[in-house]
Design a protein around this ligand. Sequence first.
Ligand SMILES: Cc1cc2nc3c(=O)[nH]c(=O)nc-3n(C[C@H](O)[C@H](O)[C@H](O)COP(=O)(O)OP(=O)(O)OC[C@H]3O[C@@H](n4cnc5c(N)ncnc54)[C@H](O)[C@@H]3O)c2cc1C
Length: 81
Amino acid sequence: MNSIAGEGWLAVGDAAMAFDPLSSTGIAKAMRSGITAAAVISRALQGDSDAVAEYASEVVSEFDSYLQNRYSYHRIDEVAR
Ligand SMILES: Cc1cc2nc3c(=O)[nH]c(=O)nc-3n(C[C@H](O)[C@H](O)[C@H](O)COP(=O)(O)OP(=O)(O)OC[C@H]3O[C@@H](n4cnc5c(N)ncnc54)[C@H](O)[C@@H]3O)c2cc1C
């Protein structure tokens, strides 16, 4: 599928996406990611063939939001000058 999930496996926490440590959001994100992954695995084991692809797509979307946020923070200094 991609580097986030494949046949019989999921990347979770920092293995799926790592944020800048300065954002101080990595631990909460890793715990949320573990809880979400458990639900996705349960759905997949019950035969839901979309569960893993949806998970991968949500991770990509969350990482895109993080990158946009990070860009905004880094621009604060640029705009202030
Ligand atoms: C310098 C620094 C400062 C940070 N400060 C903050 C902060 O203030 N607040 C915050 O929220 N987040 C912070 N983070 C981020 C946060 O630590 C991580 O986002 C979080 O720990 C990720 O959790 P995880 O369980 O996904 O991965 P990890 O905590 O990296 O856990 C992965 C575990 O898997 C083990 N492992 C790896 N390979 C294998 C293998 N092949 N077999 C078995 N086990 C394996 C590793 O030894 C490790 O114990 C910081 C990160 C860094 C680097």
